[in-house]
Structure formats: structure tokens, C-alpha cells
Write a protein that binds this ligand. Structure first.
Ligand code: F6R
Length: 241
């Protein structure tokens, strides 16, 4: 595992954006696993900026997002569809039909999840999976528990996750109870994983994830078993390492 600490979010995001674009330069048809949340916003900003300035094209890239809330339509303000269009897809030349996000509104969410795995398997393995980490150690919406799912699945969000994400909604009651998430299989099969962690409030869970026991109680701890893990931190997140 390669752990790098940066003095500012700007530097961290710039490093991550360069890392991703270097991969795309070397492999123009790269398959990328993408995350949402607060952490990667700076990375996406810098990707868009670099794309504009360098003319590096992402039109052969395929992108698979980790997760989506169940019950939010693709144009709901807090859906990850809207997030991705707003922060990344509207600013790069990745064709919309090559940008996959789990479906949160299918009549049969489980059937849609199986379709997502089929697409992932046809395109995969992922060349790179970009990850954040939840306060409870989740990756994607793979929540801590007695077991983890390898495949895409419907998950009941923990109250901790709903509370953490309620800052984007009018009230806690509006935060969906369920989500659809990629399982840990494609994440662990990704050729490389880029984990980004920011803020002192993630320092404790990060320490557990990187150096604690490997356990389904802290899904991110599985990453200790990944053969090519790069961790990008700010100084707050690095505090307990
Ligand atoms: C988002 C995702 C989540 C987030 C995690 C951290 O697609 O998969 O695992 O990475 O909840 O979120 P932020 O960055 O908002 O702290």
C-alpha cells in the first residue's frame, strides 16, 4: 500500500486528477470505477479543468459508479446521477451511454442490480476504482455487518450513514432508507484502487481500515488485501496514522 499525505485539498485533488488522466493517456479505453460524496468533488473539478486545458479525451473511457439511492429519480437533486452530471460528466467528453450508474428506480431493483453486474463484468475488470470512506468504514454503500456482498445489491443504509448524508437533504426523514451499491467483488478485482480520505473526523476510521483487523465490520479494511492500493490523505485524515 502506498500512502501519500498532502498539505491541501487542492494538492491532493490535483494529484488524483493527474493519476487518473495518466491512466487514461496510457489506456484511452480505461474502465473507471467512480465515487460520489464530498471527497471527490475537488478531483472532478481538476479533471474537468485538465480536460479543458490539455484536450485529453475521455471519449473511449467507460465509467461505473459505485452507488445510487433507491427511490430517487435520475433528475432528483440528490441523486448520484445529478451529482455526476454536475461535477464531472457535463465537463468532459465521456459519452453519456458509457457512464453507468446503478438504477435506483427500477420496478425490480434486484434485477437491475444483476444487469449492472453483467455490464460491469463485460467491461471489467475496472482499471481503477476511486473510493472514499464512510465514517463507519463503508466503501460504496457496503455497510458494516456480519457479511458483505460481492455483487451489486440493494442495501439498507445504516442510521449513521443516513445521518451523515442528511446534510444534503432538507431533513433526515428525506434521506432514502435504501440504496443500490456495487458489491466488494469489482472493487477488490479492480487493477488498482485510489482511496481518498479527508478530514480529521475520518482519522479514526482510516486507521482502523488500514491497520486494524480485516473484518466485514469495517468494509474498507478489506482494502488491506488489495495488491495495488494507493491512499491519498490530507493532514487531518493522517492524524492517527
Ligand atoms: C459514494 C460512496 C461513499 C462515500 C463515503 C464518503 O459514492 O460510495 O462510500 O465515498 O460515504 O462520503 P464523503 O466523501 O461525502 O465523506
Amino acid at each position: 500500500m502506498n500512502v501519500l499525505t498532502f498539505a491541501s485539498n487542492e494538492e491532493l485533488s490535483a494529484y488524483a486528477a493527474d493519476y487518473i488522466l495518466d491512466l487514461v493517456r496510457a489506456k484511452p479505453d480505461a474502465v473507471l470505477g467512480l465515487a460520489t460524496g464530498e471527497t471527490p468533488i475537488g478531483v472532478y473539478e481538476q479533471l474537468v479543468d485538465r480536460h479543458r486545458k490539455s484536450q485529453i479525451s475521455l471519449r473511449q473511457v467507460k465509467a461505473f459508479n459505485l452507488d445510487e439511492y433507491a427511490g430517487l429519480s435520475p433528475d432528483h437533486e440528490q441523486s448520484y446521477q445529478v451529482y455526476m452530471r454536475k461535477h464531472l460528466f457535463s465537463g468532459i467528453d465521456l459519452p453519456p451511454e458509457q457512464a453507468y450508474i446503478p438504477c435506483g428506480i427500477a420496478d425490480d431493483l434486484w434485477a437491475a442490480a444483476r444487469d449492472y453486474d453483467r455490464l460491469l463484468n463485460e467491461a471489467g475488470p475496472l482499471d481503477l476504482q476511486l473510493l472514499g470512506i464512510g465514517h463507519n468504514g463503508h466503501i460504496g454503500f457496503n455497510e458494516p455487518g456480519e457479511e458483505l456482498n460481492a455483487e451489486t445489491h440493494v442495501v439498507k443504509l445504516t442510521e449513521e450513514t443516513r445521518a451523515a448524508n442528511s446534510r444534503y437533504f432538507q431533513s433526515l426523514a428525506e434521506v432514502p432508507q435504501y440504496a443500490v451499491t456495487m458489491g466488494v467483488g469489482p472493487i477488490m478485482r479492480a487493477k488498482q484502487v485510489l482511496l481518498i480520505v479527508r478530514g480529521e473526523n475520518k482519522a479514526g476510521v482510516l486507521k482502523k481500515a488500514l491497520y486494524g483487523p480485516v473484518t466485514t465490520r469495517c468494509p474498507a479494511s478489506l482494502l488491506q488485501l488489495h495488491p495495488r492500493l494507493t491512499v491519498l490523505l490530507d493532514e487531518g485524515a493522517a492524524k492517527e496514522l
